[in-house]
Design a protein around this ligand. Structure first.
Ligand code: FES
Length: 145
């Protein structure tokens, strides 16, 4: 093998190896553990996440029907004193789901999957439920685990 041929093959192989982690990380099965970014008022303590409801990033949770994201978690204010939390990662191909309070559903904008407020699949193509977390409230702090 000529030196030039070796370098060309090495460059192509190296590109594939460098791209592999990016490609492998681009999809998620929605079963990720709770992950939180501490920058936005959330706080990750092992398997529990706390959300400071007074933080600007969670101002939408001041209103019933509002929702916000904390890391990979979708937090919904479902009633005056009730909150729901789900993995925000659609179980189909990993897009971020939203919340439609009027319909009481969690739609995914990518391919049309719809989840119920218990995380169950109402419409595909997703076939697996969203992971739901328990939420408790103390003062202005939600604890999600
Ligand atoms: S990623 Fe949600 S429906 Fe496809």
């Amino acid at each position: 093998m000529e030196r030039k041929d070796f370098l060309q093959k090495f460059a192509i192989g190296g590109s594939v190896l460098l791209a592999a982690p990016v490609l492998l990380n681009s999809c998620s099965d929605g079963t990720d553990d709770i992950i939180d970014d501490k920058e936005n008022g959330g706080n990750n303590d092992d398997n529990a996440v706390t959300v400071d409801l007074t933080h600007d990033d969670f101002s939408d949770l001041q209103t019933v029907g509002g929702f916000a994201y904390s890391g990979n978690i979708l937090v919904i204010r479902s009633g005056e004193n009730t909150y729901l939390a789900f993995s925000k990662i659609c179980t189909h191909e990993g897009c971020t789901v939203a919340y439609n309070h009027d319909e009481g559903e969690l739609p995914c904008p990518c391919h049309g999957s719809v989840f119920s407020t218990s995380g169950a699949v109402l419409e595909g193509p997703a076939t697996s439920s969203l992971k739901q977390y328990s939420v408790s409230k103390s003062g202005d702090t939600l604890t999600i685990e």
